[in-house]
Write a protein that binds this ligand. Structure first.
Ligand code: 13P
Length: 253
């Protein structure tokens, strides 16, 4: 059974005090998570240890970094390595978010290097892919994401690929209030699974969780998550509001 995942991407938001109130309200919410349900908080580096400690008694809650570097260690001022994350007990990392690709020049090749290091240090990468608006308008989104997967993931072994989670985030739906329809999400998720199957086989592709990201909110989560190839969501804006994110968690299938 694939893991169904509600992942919060806080991006560069919240003071410690605000983060404290948010995590408290989400942890205190009365819910019964299914056995295959996982909740992930991708938080800014300074909060990693603190959120980990705060959620340490919730065994289906995990904490993710939002990035790590392409090198093991060395003179790279301002960067954070996979080994450092591992050494403070972090088990997840978001890689290749479209904001990292767009503002920080991350390429498919760099992401392949980051994935290898993340896996070497026992981190579960949430690998993001997705097309910008002009590509969607030109109708070439399938080829676009295929290239992202080929160039970043196809160098992984069968054993490695089973340790990653994929997030499909159409850039035109991020922070715009414009969501892909559940049919568009399903179509792309099925396509992603087919690409994975072509390289790693049906059985492995069937076991990989693929999250949808892009204006997921309390009011649309259930419908999107109900699609057969959608295994939860990677949520930006709505993950900063406890009532919204609580409903999103409760919408996992
Ligand atoms: P929004 O949910 O704010 O559209 O952001 C999506 C996202 O980028 C999650 O990584």
């Amino acid at each position: 059974m694939r893991k169904q995942i509600a992942a919060a991407n806080w991006k560069m938001n919240l003071t410690l005090e605000q983060a404290d109130a948010l995590v408290t309200e989400i942890s205190n919410h009365n819910r019964k998570l299914g056995e295959n349900h996982v909740v992930v908080f991708a938080v800014p580096f300074p909060y990693l240890i603190w959120v980990s400690e705060k959620t340490s008694n919730m065994n289906q809650f995990h904490v993710a970094a939002q990035n790590c570097y392409t090198k093991k260690s060395g003179a790279y001022t301002g960067e954070v390595s996979a080994e450092m994350l591992n050494s403070i007990g972090i088990k997840w990392v978001v890689l290749g978010h479209s904001e990292r690709r767009e503002y920080f020049g991350e390429t498919n090749q760099m992401l392949s290097e980051k994935l290898n290091l993340a896996l070497e240090y026992h981190l579960t990468p949430i690998f993001c892919c997705g097309e910008p608006l002009p590509i969607r308008e030109a109708g070439t989104q399938n080829q676009y994401v295929e290239q992202q997967l080929r160039e970043s993931l196809f160098g992984l072994s069968a054993e490695q690929i089973q340790k990653i989670v994929i997030a499909y985030e159409p850039i035109w739906a991020i922070g715009t209030g414009k969501t892909a329809t559940s049919a568009q999400a399903q179509e792309m998720h099925a396509h992603l699974r087919k690409i994975l199957a072509s390289k790693f086989g049906d059985k492995i592709a069937d076991g990989i969780s693929i999250l949808y990201g892009g204006s997921v909110k309390a009011s649309n989560a259930k419908e999107i998550f109900s699609q057969p190839d959608v295994d939860g969501g990677l949520v930006g804006g709505a993950s900063l509001i406890a009532t919204e994110f609580n409903t999103i968690i409760d919408s996992l299938k």
